[in-house]
Design a protein around this ligand. Sequence first.
Ligand SMILES: [Zn+2]
Length: 383
Amino acid sequence: MFFKILKKSKKSKARLGLIQTPHGVIHTPAFYPVATKATVKCLSPEEIKEIGFEAVLSNTYHLYLRPGHQVVKKMGGLHKFMNWSGPIATDSGGFQVFSLGFGLEHGVGKISGFFPGNDKKPEKPVRLKLFKVNQKGVEFKSHLDGSKHFLTPEKSIQIQEALGADIIFAFDECTSPLSDYNYTKESMQRTHNWAEICLKTKKSKDQALFGIIQGSHWRDLRIKSAKFISQMPFEGLAIGGSLGKTKKDMYRILNWVIPEMPEQKPRHLLGIGHPDDLVKAVKNGVDLFDCVYPTRLARHGIFLTPKKELNILNARYESDKNPIMKNCSCYTCQNFSRAYLHHLFKTKEILGLRLSTFHNLWFIHRLMERIRQGIKIEKPLKI
Ligand SMILES: [Zn+2]
C-alpha cells in the first residue's frame, strides 16, 4: 500500500490524498460503504461502483462465523467471492466481539448517552458475561448459535489473511463507555500488546495493516495510546473505541489524538458516518470513514437530505409528487416520487429498500466528492 498526500488545506487540518492498493486507488477523504457479510445490504457491487465508491469494508467477525474464512479462501478470496474488484478493507473482529457483548449488556453504542456515576444510570461494575478477556485473547459466544469461540490477535490476522482484503486491522479490545478508568487503562495496555503480536503474525506482503488507538474518553490514555500505536510500523492508523458522551467529546478526542499521529500515514475514524461528522472530522485531519449509518437508516425508510433526515413512512408523503431531493441526480430521485416510495415502504416491498439505500449512499458519496473538491479549491466545507 502506498499513501500520498496531494494537498493540505490552509484553512483546516483537512488533507486530500490517495491510497494505492493492489486492487486500485482510494481517493481520500473517503467513506467505505459497509459490506458486513460480504455484501452492502440491498445493492449489487455494480451499483456500488455506479454510485462511485472505490472501496468497501467487510466485517471479519461475521465472515469468520459465516460462511467461515476457509470457505472464502477456497472460493478465491473475498474479492472473487463477492465479485468486487476494487479495494476492500476488513476490520479485526474486535469491535463486534466486544460491542455485541457490552452493547447487549448495557444498551450502549460508540457514543453513549451516559457514563458511570454522572448520569441517567447508577454506577455499576462492568460484568463481562458475554465475553471473557485474558491476556491472550477473548472468549465469546456466537450471536448466531451460542457456540463458544476464542479470538486472539494471531487468529484475527490469520482470518484476515485468508479473507485477503487490501487493508486489514490489528485486533483490539474495544471497551464499553461504562468501563472505568482502571479497566480502560488495563485494556489499552492489552490492545498495545496485541498490536505487537499482530505485526509479528502478519505474513502477507500485499495487505496493509492498520493499528488501532484506544483509550476511550480519557485524555491521558488516548494520548498515550496515540503515541504508542503511532511509533509502530503500521501502514495506517485508526481511532477506535468509545468516543465519549456527546459529539463534542468526540471532537475533543480527535483533538487529543490527531496531533500525535504521523502526517504520512492515513487516518481512519472507525464507525462514524453521520454527514455532519464526516465534514467536521475531515477538517480535524481524518482521511477514512466506515459506517452502517446511511444503509441502516435507508432500510428504516429514512432518507438523507442536506437539511434533515426524511422519514418516508410519514403520512404527509402519501400523495407527495416530489422526489426525495429535487437536485439529486441519483436513480431514485430521478425516477420516483415520495408518494411511490411511501407506498413501497408501507407495503414492505423490497424495491423500497433498494431505492432508499441507493439514494443514501449516493448522498454520502456526493458529499465526500464535494469535501475532496472543497479541499482542492480551498472552499469552506459544508454538507
Ligand atoms: Zn437521490
